[in-house]
Design a protein around this ligand. Sequence first.
Ligand code: 5GP
Length: 115
Amino acid sequence: MAEDTLFDKILRKDISADIVHEDDDVLAFRDINPQAPTHVLVIPKQKLESFADLAEADPEAVGRYMGAVARVARQLGLEERGYRIVFNTGPEAQQSVQYIHAHILGGRQLTWPPG
Ligand code: 5GP
């Protein structure tokens, strides 16, 4: 059985978070340790452990998730200046919470390559 992660607890409201958006499909909340002026995490309510699981996921659910990420970025006012979406996936990417989450990063000049 999948581990009960921090983000499961945030989704159940067992742990508080600064929620910026919630609908039937996703929950979006501010990262506790922001790496940019705007740093928001978006999780699907239907749990997957990592981005890799999208390979087998229902394409409609994947589409709803991705659309929601884009709408949250728009709602945050990031569209004009630009933003970055990051899915840390697995150990070498230093995924620390085993519940898929899109990082939305924006509000400053981002550099490339990432670390
Ligand atoms: P990962 O490293 O797995 O890609 O991202 C996990 C993110 O969760 C990190 O950016 C980290 O700062 C964030 N995080 C860890 N603990 C908490 C918490 O209790 N609340 C919130 N809102 N974010 C957290």
